[in-house]
Design a protein. Structure first.
Lengths: 289, 353
């Protein structure tokens, strides 16, 4: 087994590393991102299993409750659709972040942490990877648009993809920030079990934000998911033929003390939260033991 | 001195060139130098002030039981843990202030595996090459070189999850070498492997010395493995108790080890003290005595001990004896008693001989 090929002569094989710098960090971001994609592809079952929940919500809940829901001319499934997109992204993004804890438990995190690159590059690559994978998952969900009467308009699809990507990045950053402190996959999972459903339910994915009691309105405004679901629903509804009264009732938009928050601000809220959590995550990972 | 340095002192570099050389190839300066290094975790002092130097190209071993502070020291040298006090330089760079430069110059093989089991061997190496910024045009060739070296080239496309423990360890060694580090750290490189695989891992490590310009820094608690080192530092309870070549260490003990199995160990120990004036102790299940000339001693022992002897073993000094002489315990004793063993047994193998 221990053959000694002729190429193994002294000097021939040594490589010289270039000086550390931004280009090296970019390479690190790219390879960490790439690994995330390879692993996602290799585990295709995950693509199916993590779609199960949003599909259940969309079709079972959306169909079952449609007889008692007063969504007027709009099908309840159409109404829930943006929320189902968000849900698909939510689960995949958090699952991707959980892989950091997994990597820690199985040692691979160490290989990344001793590399001569900024820790920020690794954390950023991880967030990008998680965001890409989660957006892809949202995209699969997006294919079902026609089934729930949402038109396949290129403008709508591009808008939704952009919004999903932003949401996916923020959610991955949220997971990565938490993962920095958690040693075991099990504790990570139980922590997120606690968070995921409240995040989803409070976001208004399943109900319009009209006439909410104040306790629910407050909780809803605090949920980061709200600021991603609302723009997506606005985008979907702007491509439907509806009376302005129906639209107003079902998609009233988010308000802060009576001020109507524009889409741009909503998305900025999501982006800022993502960046803040990314920064915290990087700081946590940069601290030596 | 400056004028004559070219001809008479080819290895001493002028201050200007040191910087340049230290970042790249070995220059004869120490690969590792450590001064007054300490590390405390809350109340536990894992490393209690150690000093040593490792020359470029040397194979240097840290020998000691689990919990002696070996891994903590390696983690400090690898910039993974910050020392409480003292300084350490690796490949000419300070482990605290030049962390990134240190990391570029070291390869690491940890006790626990750090491979991604869901990637192939090739993908694991590719990942490493990108993280360490190995020039793209050299990555392919270098990957082939290191995989060939550990005999895994044919299996490069297999998922690591299909690898055996020995193959994983070999892959980790290959990966540690991928970026041509100046110093390769091996933390217990063969722990948990069967004897045959251990031997083959050592085959690769020894091979490596002939092929690469590299300093190897390893920790082990296997005595026979420590014999492969140029120099050994014996570590116990956070301190280096002795540091020398294996030969010098063994010569320093100067005594053979005689071990006897008796019907009554306590009576045998008492008899040895009364009739021979020797201090004996039970190590590894046998009454153990250190005497200058073991073979001549055994006939006397049989004739005069007065306690029936079932079996006898005479051994030349090994590193085990060195360890015993300097710490008062065999390495197995030290492991089983969790390091808190009473050390007055040191008297058995007199110090400083």
């Amino acid at each position: 087994m221990a053959t000694q090929p002729a190429t193994l002569e002294r000097g021939l094989i040594a490589v010289r590393l270039p000086d550390s710098g931004l280009r090296q960090d970019v390479r690190a971001v790219k390879i960490v991102w790439h690994r995330e994609l390879i692993r996602f592809w290799r585990d295709r079952r995950r693509i199916v299993t993590s779609l199960l929940q949003p599909v259940l919500f969309l079709f079972v809940l959306g169909t079952g409750l449609s007889s008692i829901a007063s969504t007027g001319s709009v099908n309840l499934r159409t109404f829930i659709f943006p929320g189902a997109l968000g849900m698909a992204v939510l689960f995949t993004a958090v699952f991707s972040a959980a892989s950091i804890v997994w990597d820690r438990e199985f040692g691979f995190l160490r290989e990344m942490l001793v590399a001569p690159v900024r820790r920020g590059a690794i954390v950023f690559g991880k967030c990008l990877g998680g965001a890409t994978v989660a957006t892809f998952q949202g995209l699969v969900m997006l294919c079902l648009a026609g089934v729930v009467n949402v038109p396949y308009s290129p403008v709508l699809i591009i808008t939704l993809i952009g919004e999903l990507l932003l949401l996916a990045f923020t959610l991955t950053a949220f997971g990565v920030m938490a993962a920095a402190r958690i040693q075991q996959v099990q504790s990570f999972m139980s922590l997120f079990q606690m968070f995921l459903m409240p995040l989803f339910f409070l976001s208004g994915s399943l109900f319009p934000l009209t006439n909410l009691p104040s306790w629910l309105a407050v909780l809803n405004r605090l949920d980061p998911l709200t600021y991603a679901i609302d723009p997506m629903r606005r985008a979907v509804f702007s491509h439907l033929n509806l009376t302005s009264a129906t639209r107003h009732r079902l998609v009233p938009g988010v308000t802060w003390w009576g001020w109507h928050v524009p889409t741009g601000v909503e998305l900025a809220v999501v982006a800022l939260m993502g960046l803040a959590m990314l920064a915290i995550g990087i700081a946590r990972f940069s601290r030596p033991e | 001195m400056q004028a004559s340095s070219d001809s008479t002192l080819p290895r001493s570099a002028s201050p200007q060139t040191t910087v340049e050389l230290a970042a790249g190839r070995p220059d004869g300066g120490p690969a590792v130098s450590v001064e007054g290094l300490r590390k405390s975790y809350d109340e536990i002092e894992a490393v209690r002030g150690i000093d040593f130097e490792v020359a470029s190209g040397e194979t240097f071993g840290f020998l000691g039981p689990n919990g002696a502070g070996k891994t903590t020291t390696i983690n400090i040298l690898c910039t993974l843990v910050e020392p409480t006090a003292g300084t350490a330089r690796v490949a000419g760079h300070d482990v605290l202030s030049e962390r990134r430069a240190v990391r570029r110059n070291i390869g690491l093989v940890f006790q626990e595996t750090t491979l991604d089991n869901y990637l192939t061997a090739e993908e694991n190496l590719r990942f490493h090459a990108e993280l360490y910024a190995v020039p793209k045009d050299q990555t392919g060739e270098r990957m082939r070189t290191v995989l060939d070296m550990v005999g895994l080239w044919e299996r490069r496309a297999s998922l690591v999850s299909t690898y055996s423990g020995g193959m994983r360890r070999r892959l980790e060694i290959a990966r540690g070498l991928l970026h041509s580090p100046r110093v390769l750290f091996l933390d217990e490189p063969t722990v948990g492997l069967d004897p045959q695989t251990r031997a083959s891992i050592w085959g690769y490590i020894n091979d490596l010395k002939g092929r690469e310009d590299i300093t190897i820094f390893l920790t082990t608690h296997y005595m026979d493995e420590a014999e492969n080192c140029d120099r050994i530092a014996i570590m116990d309870s956070g301190r280096i108790v002795v540091l020398d070549t294996p030969e010098a260490l063994k010569a320093g003990v100067g005594k053979d080890r005689v071990q006897i199995q008796t019907a009554d160990d306590q009576a045998a120990i008492a008899a040895l003290r009364e009739r021979f004036g020797l201090e004996a102790a039970v190590h590894d299940g046998a009454v153990t005595i250190a005497v200058p000339d073991g073979e001549e001693f055994v006939p006397r022992l049989f004739a005069e001990l007065g306690v029936p002897i079932r079996a006898v073993r005479v051994a030349r000094p090994t590193l085990d004896d060195v360890f015993l002489a300097h710490t008062g315990a065999t390495i197995r004793d030290a492991e089983s008693s969790g390091n808190a063993m009473n050390r007055q047994m040191a008297a058995v193998f007199g110090r400083g001989r």
